[in-house]
Design a protein. Sequence first.
Length: 559
Amino acid sequence: MEEPATQDFVREWVKADTESKKFGGRVQTRFPPEPNGYLHIGHAKSIYLNFGVAEEFGGKCLLRFDDTNPETEDPAFVTAIQEDLSWLGVSSAEPARFASDYFPQLYAWAEDLVRKGLAYVDDQDAETISEQRGGFGQPGIESPFRGRPVEENLGLFRQMRDSAFADGAKVLRAKIDMQADNMWLRDPVLYRIRRTPHHRTDNQWVIYPTYDWAHGQSDAIEGVTHSICTLEFADHRALYDWLLSQIDLPGDRPQQNEFARLNVTHWVLSKRVLRALVEDGHVDGWDDPRMPTLRGLRRRGYPPSAIKAFVDRVGVAKSNSVVEVELLESFVRTELNRSSLRRMAVVKPLKLTITNWPEGQVELMEVVNNPEDPDAGTRQVPFSGELWIEQDDFRLEPPPKYYRLTPGREVRLRNAFFVTATDAVTDDDGNVVEVLATYDPETLGGSAPDGRKVKSTMHWVSAGHALDATVHQYSRLFTEPHPGADGTDPLSSVNPNARETNPAKVEPALAEVAPGQVVQFERLGYFAADLDSPMVFHRTVGLRDEWAKIQKRKKNQPK
């Protein structure tokens, strides 16, 4: 077996089991999403951990949908989750499984619990049951139905299955210990009545297992050895083990361990909050590039390889923490710098007219596609006497330390000539609508024969050859780095200005960009071509390494 590249407590746990020949040295994990929403960046950590551990130890990882709640589940989520896994570059060793595949076996095991006197039918409503559970340091109250005879419980449970009672009229509860310190052992609900068609079993069932009853038993049916969960399931582990110990298993009993989930600044990974963002119209949908969903990150242009490098860097820990979003962006930027073609685009266009340029002349400038990749080659970019430049690249009255174009100043046009601004045309409100300039024909390629230097290099697009595009630029979806951490509603810090949309002028080569492809708009950042709409681009990340600035600031803080 090849030694895993990254050691952590989960891998050490699995390694110890394989060396001791527990489970016969076999390793099997699973990724068990509920099909009630779209995956987000936090799921990527679990995905790469479960699939990675299985691969590193010569085992297998299964995809299983824990579809026990028909009220919130949809086949569209099943499809989307499978697509997201494929996009991340992972695949299940076998076809996807579903907890609903095991409904008959789960029901049969539940009847076994009833026969053993370890489960009973409770007529109380959910609110009463919750109140009777008590709390930490507060004793639980036993249900008045806890002492029902086995045969009565068995008959009632079968009547529940056969649709004899209304929704919510009865539940099946495990009979464990209402005084247990662990709240999950205080007679948890195993089955509830819900007359809602299931996306796979339709109306075959009107009772559905709870997550806690289905999860461990599904693991056992599938032969899972290591059930790797996020930290909020640590308290469930005692229940996981208790339930498995009460049934006759077909093979080994799986074991559960927990790791800290991924939390990222300026994002909220709660399904409830993400759903509210969509339903309340704060974003355009689950795949909005502002969202931390995998579909949103894909539309924004985040490479899967960068996401994997990020979660590998974060590592696997036993305590929760929050990671700066800038760290994720740094991995995205590093990958895109290596792989992305360079192109020129002007997001806020201002006309630049070169008054001494020969009328009607067009020259083709040979431009490198990616200086980081010698194999990327070059392209021909048209240059003429009428160009588009960025509005921010000209000032009639420049502020201090402004080195771009202003009357009388010479600058370099990238891959072209030196130009000097001579005048500007303004509208009735005093806004500059056109810049007039002259060029030095001896500076082709961006350098002067006499060795004179300029302090600024600007990108441009030939006006007569420019294509129209729409560019979306993004800032943080939440203004607070830790939304809701102070007890307030996270939605109160949603940034209403997290997206800025501008019509842009771009060079002709951008017509050839494939959907989803990311290119660097020189000086502006990395931009992804929209997956559905031609000539629409989403800013993936900027060029500035904010993570390096954060690290430098932390280093300089007094200790």
